[in-house]
Design a protein around this ligand. Structure first.
Ligand SMILES: N[C@@H](CCC(=O)N[C@@H](CS)C(=O)NCC(=O)O)C(=O)O
Length: 254
């Protein structure tokens, strides 16, 4: 579908939606008439994007799949959650997606949100159903990073660091393998899996070095290039928080 056709389709969809709402329901929408509301972690200013890699995954995916008029971003102050937000998600976690067009359907969890968006908006195709070697290569990295960052037992530092480096090596090896080609994990454009992995790698690069003096080894050339490609991508840039937010977020665990 070309851009014009997509725009016309979205326009018709949104207008149909607006015209079928009751006035009372319409009036309860304070900020906009966008079909989706995406709740994400707020930064310290309570307005911009905070340091949650799961929120960024959902936000990146929304940007890849939607035009800006289709969604409204609502940053949530996680240190002062409103009653309204707790009613939406009693777990108190972000991200949360609301689909106003589907009876205010609530979707929690970043992976469920990207799946849901994909079920409603098929184009552009972002390879959400991919299940090849990049999944295995990337799936354990953030858990090992969190264990390394949260550890307070000096006797475990080296082994936890080694486990993290091994996970980073898996990603680097995948990127160097014949199975891989392109700037991102599955080619030259961002796929759903990049929305999961790039925000997490940014946490490793920014707060690993700040709090623990950890550097991604220089020998991981392919991995470093992948991170740089992400940093240069507009969708990634537009959805990224300030590095200070990441540092502040991890400081709580030091
Ligand atoms: N598995 C969830 C994890 C979401 C998550 O842990 N979000 C954190 C922020 S990064 C959160 O909302 N924590 C609640 C709190 O800090 O009060 C997902 O992928 O969406």
């Amino acid at each position: 579908m070309n851009v014009n056709t997509r725009f016309v389709r979205l326009f018709i969809q949104n207008n149909f939606f607006i015209s079928t709402l009751s006035t009372r329901f319409k009036n309860s929408f304070v900020d906009s008439m966008a079909r989706y509301i995406l709740y994400v972690k707020a930064a310290s200013d309570q307005k911009s994007m905070g340091d949650c890699p799961f929120s960024q995954r959902a936000y990146m995916y929304a940007k890849l799949k939607m035009t800006p008029d289709m969604y409204e971003l609502k940053p949530i102050d996680l240190s002062n959650k409103t009653e309204e937000f707790m009613k939406l998600n009693p777990d108190g976690k972000v991200p949360v997606l609301i689909d106003r067009q589907k009876d205010n359907k609530i979707v929690t969890d970043s992976a469920e949100i990207t799946k849901y968006i994909d079920s409603q908006i098929s184009e552009p195709y972002c390879k959400i159903d991919y299940n090849g070697p990049a999944v295995e290569a990337c799936s354990s990295m953030f858990g090992k990073f969190a264990a390394f960052m949260k550890n307070k037992d000096d006797s475990k530092t080296e082994s936890l660091k080694e486990e993290l480096v091994n996970e980073l090596r898996k990603i680097n090896d995948y990127l160097k393998s014949p199975a891989h080609d392109g700037k991102f994990l599955l080619g030259d454009t961002l796929s759903e899996i990049d929305c999961m992995v790039l925000p997490r790698l940014r946490h490793v690069a920014v707060s690993g070095s700040h709090h623990k003096g950890f550097q991604i080894p220089d020998e991981f050339v392919a991995l470093k290039q992948y991170i740089a490609n992400g940093e240069n991508d507009q969708v990634f840039k537009d959805t990224s928080c300030k590095p200070e937010e990441i540092i502040k977020g991890w400081a709580k665990h030091m």
